[in-house]
Design a protein around this ligand. Structure first.
Ligand SMILES: [Zn+2]
Length: 420
């Protein structure tokens, strides 16, 4: 029964994704030869067509990746891959905790190896074709190695602690595991700006007194306690631009990608930053963190119940081992399978995210300037080759940011790019 339910959801997931992808491709191609009227004065036909081709290529790569992922999922579960790994590792390793850690490590390694060609293809073929990739193969390899080491240093102790708690705290383990999870996430948030991000990028203080002064003034009138403005060498990897703020309390800082500063003038940078501060002002980030902790509590309770049901294992092609803990098995099955069932929540999450974006835009208009934000957005959409003509249904399902036309229209008539 559970097998059938799982297969039905998996099939529906793939069919819906492929259907949405084909809609997106058709819609973008149908609008390929005409820049939407509102953007006609600022975006050339050449750029518009480049954005269309880039979007189509990305959607196609995504389709292939999703089909492969689904195949791997079926191989690991119903076709016995996980069962085989579990037994092979049980024969090789006596120590209970090490055996279970090795099983988790093996599954992650398999998923990582399968994901690697897609990541490489995306960077060196797709992004490179449109001039976005700045990464050398050497940097790609060193990034991959660093990520693996980091994942082992941070992930292995977490996994070991969760497995220990599952084994030793009785039925209360779901609460302890959740507490560990929350602690781990807060730790990462805390370590990210000062320890983790500098492993991959160089951060230098912003060396532009005029811009720094304007941003400090903006931060002050927005009530945002700021302790540093940094520029990140994003151009080492990609031509895509971005800005974000990060860190807690006294370590709170704003980070600009150098690629963003190279493209936008001071008015536009200020407007983009005012948008980011809008997220802070409306407590979007805090709310997202709290929501994710609440959801993970629900997931741990669900996992606690499922891990005690034999059909949960057998329905997914695994025989639990008798007389030995199957905690790692339960964790792996849960994290592999749960996205198939939560896929349907995606549109709701996207919708909430788009609502936040509108709020942040409105805040930016109050604190900064609507025309500057509009022209910054047009430049960013253009530079990132984001399509101006997405399929409405595809966009409603996936997009965390509203389509360009809708977003700029909301900024008010004065900011319409067609009117300068
Ligand atoms: Zn935003």
């Amino acid at each position: 029964m559970f097998t059938l339910l799982f297969l039905t959801f998996l099939l529906a997931d793939i069919l819906i994704r492929l259907w949405l992808a084909s809609r997106q491709i058709r819609h973008v191609q149908a609008n390929r030869n005409q820049v939407p009227a509102a953007f006609a004065e600022r975006i050339s036909l050449h750029s518009h067509q480049r954005a269309a081709d880039y979007t189509v290529d990305r959607v196609q790569l995504g389709m292939v990746e999703r089909v492969v992922e689904a195949g791997v999922l079926v191989c690991l579960t119903l076709l016995g891959g996980l069962q085989f790994l579990d037994q092979a590792i049980a024969r090789a390793i006596e120590h209970e905790l090490l055996r279970q850690l090795a099983l988790i490590g093996a599954v992650l390694a398999i998923l990582g190896v399968i994901g690697l060609p897609f990541a490489a293809w995306s960077k060196f073929r797709l992004e490179a074709r449109y001039g976005f990739n700045r990464m050398t193969p050497g940097l790609f390899i060193s990034d991959t190695v660093k990520s693996i080491i980091l994942a082992m240093l941070l992930g292995a102790p977490l996994a070991a602690a969760v497995l220990w708690v599952m084994q030793n705290t009785g039925t209360a383990w779901t609460w302890w595991a959740w507490a560990l999870w929350v602690f781990f996430n807060l730790l990462i948030l805390w370590l990210f700006p000062t320890v983790i991000a500098p492993i991959f990028n160089k951060f230098t203080p912003l060396d532009n007194p005029e811009l720094a002064q304007r941003i400090n003034a903006l931060a002050e009138r927005s009530g945002f306690p700021l302790s540093g403005l940094y520029v990140m060498d994003g151009s080492r990897r990609s031509a895509h631009g971005n800005a974000y703020f990060t860190g807690f309390g006294k370590a709170r800082r704003i980070v600009f990608f150098d690629t963003l500063l190279n493209r936008l003038d001071n008015d536009e940078v200020e407007a983009v930053l005012a948008h980011e501060l809008g997220h802070f002002h409306h407590k979007h980030i805090l709310r997202r963190i709290i929501l994710s902790f609440a959801l993970s509590l629900v997931f741990f309770q669900a996992l606690g119940w499922l891990s005690g049901q034999v059909w949960f294992y057998t329905g997914l092609g695994v025989m639990p081992q008798f007389g030995r803990p199957n905690d790692a098995l339960a964790l792996i099955l849960f994290f592999l399978v749960i996205p198939v069932f939560t896929f349907w929540v995606g549109p709701l999450a996207s919708r909430l995210s788009r609502r936040d974006e509108f709020q942040a835009d409105a805040y930016a208009v109050r604190q900064s300037s609507a025309p500057a934000l509009a022209s910054a957005l047009v430049k960013l959409y253009d530079d990132n080759a984001a399509t101006l003509t997405p399929d409405p249904l595809h966009s409603a399902f996936y997009d965390s940011h509203p389509p360009a036309a809708v977003r700029i229209q909301r900024l008010g008539p004065a900011s319409s790019p067609a009117h300068g």
